[in-house]
Design a protein around this ligand. Structure first.
Ligand SMILES: CCCCC/C=C/C(=O)SCCNC(=O)CCNC(=O)[C@H](O)C(C)(C)COP(=O)(O)OP(=O)(O)OC[C@H]1O[C@@H](n2cnc3c(N)ncnc32)[C@H](O)[C@@H]1OP(=O)(O)O
Ligand SMILES: NC(=O)C1=CN([C@@H]2O[C@H](COP(=O)(O)OP(=O)(O)OC[C@H]3O[C@@H](n4cnc5c(N)ncnc54)[C@H](OP(=O)(O)O)[C@@H]3O)[C@@H](O)[C@H]2O)C=CC1
Length: 297
């Protein structure tokens, strides 16, 4: 979507950049010329991704560099290390993509206290810690920065069976809006993306394991009748991290093929046939005529 070199000179930190959506977004940012630091808990995974992104066939001239640094986003000291290493290697930081997450599907009454804490600590606390650390650096150094948080649509609707994730993503969304209001004066923007289903191994292993996978089709409630493509999300993320979105802050953009609209009372009537609609129309018109007659009598 963006022109070649649109992110040249920018340095972006992507948490959870070694896999799934974080990897796809990092790939696109690098293609657009950004230097990207990817971080997550597993050094071997991020090293492999960094190597892949630096050696892609057709890598454009002017593509960015990739740095891989292990970091658990629950640990402020490790976050500080990522920040200092990034500045040492690339000179500055312009953007932060909070993409790391933990999640699994489970009836809430089966969860231990630790299960809840594990998810909330990664998703909410980790997002807050990283944003605070990078935000302090931007404010101290008078650098206008941008934060993009990967949320979910159920951060606003709520959802059963993923309650710790919904609670944590909801909290992170309110943080996005609150800090957008507070840090606008420093030229710092914060936005969020709420994706619907985009197939990744991390999400599918934990949200659609068998026998659930055979019982439910994630596309069935989506008006566009398909899951998302990683390139579609990467386009939106790159735009929101770029200067082209310079007047957008505190916003959440949903990219879900219309899935959240399925909550509309009558949005599920595709199974009604044309003949049935003829019958329904006649029934309604008959009722209209009857009520008019009653009015005349
Ligand atoms: C498709 C439409 C919308 C989708 C929205 C998607 C949102 C997403 O976030 S998808 C991203 C999914 N990716 C990941 O989750 C990647 C990272 N995840 C993990 O590493 C693990 O899944 C983790 C989050 C559980 C963390 O692993 P670890 O730190 O090793 O923690 P433990 O394995 O020790 O578990 C901690 C605690 O949680 C309990 N637990 C784990 N899984 C389950 C489960 N399926 N059901 C119930 N409880 C579970 C585990 O038992 C531990 O608790 P205690 O037993 O009390 O010690
Ligand atoms: N796929 C989908 O359909 C949707 C995904 N999302 C969101 O998109 C984002 C990416 O998810 P997706 O790509 O699907 O799944 P992945 O499992 O591939 O990505 C999650 C990433 O988070 C990292 N991570 C987990 N725990 C920590 C931690 N404590 N510290 C640092 N990094 C950590 C993982 O790396 P490691 O294990 O090495 O630490 C992994 O790279 C998440 O925020 C998710 O909530 C939202 C809606 C839909």
């Amino acid at each position: 979507m963006l022109r070649d070199g649109a992110m040249q000179g920018k340095t972006i930190i992507v948490t959870g950049g070694g896999t799934g959506l974080g990897k796809s977004i990092s790939r696109y940012l690098v293609q657009l010329g950004a230097n990207v630091t990817i971080c997550s808990r597993r050094q071997a995974v991020i090293d492999e991704t960094a190597h892949e992104l630096m050696n892609e066939p057709g890598r454009p001239v002017g593509a960015g560099q990739v740095l891989a640094i292990a970091c658990d986003v629950r640990n402020p000291a490790e976050i500080e290390h990522v920040i200092s290493q990034t500045i040492e290697k690339f000179g500055r930081i312009d953007g932060l993509l909070n993409n790391s997450a933990g999640n699994f599907i489970s009836p809430t009454e089966r969860l231990s206290y630790k299960a809840f804490d594990t998810i909330v600590d990664i998703v909410l606390r980790g997002t807050y810690y990283f944003t605070l650390a990078v935000g302090k650096y931007w404010i101290e150094n008078k650098i206008p920065g941008t934060v993009l948080n990967i949320s979910t649509t159920y951060a606003t609707t709520g959802s059963g069976y993923v309650v710790p994730s919904a609670v944590a993503k909801g909290g992170a969304l309110i943080m996005t809006k609150s800090l957008a209001a507070e840090w606008g004066k420093y030229g710092i923007r914060l936005n969020a993306i709420a994706p619907g289903p985009f197939p990744t191994k991390g999400a599918w292993d934990r949200l659609f394991p068998e026998p659930l996978a055979s019982m439910m089709d994630p596309t069935s409630r989506i008006p566009l009748k398909r899951v998302g493509e990683h390139g579609e999300l990467a386009n939106l993320a790159a735009y929101l991290l770029s200067d082209y979105s310079g007047y957008i802050t505190g916003e959440t953009i949903t990219i879900d093929g219309g899935e959240v609209l399925a909550a509309g009372e009558f949005s599920h009537l595709e199974q009604v046939s044309s003949e049935q609609w003829d019958m329904i129309e006649q029934t309604i018109k008959q009722a209209n005529r009857a009520s008019k007659k009653e009015g005349q009598g």
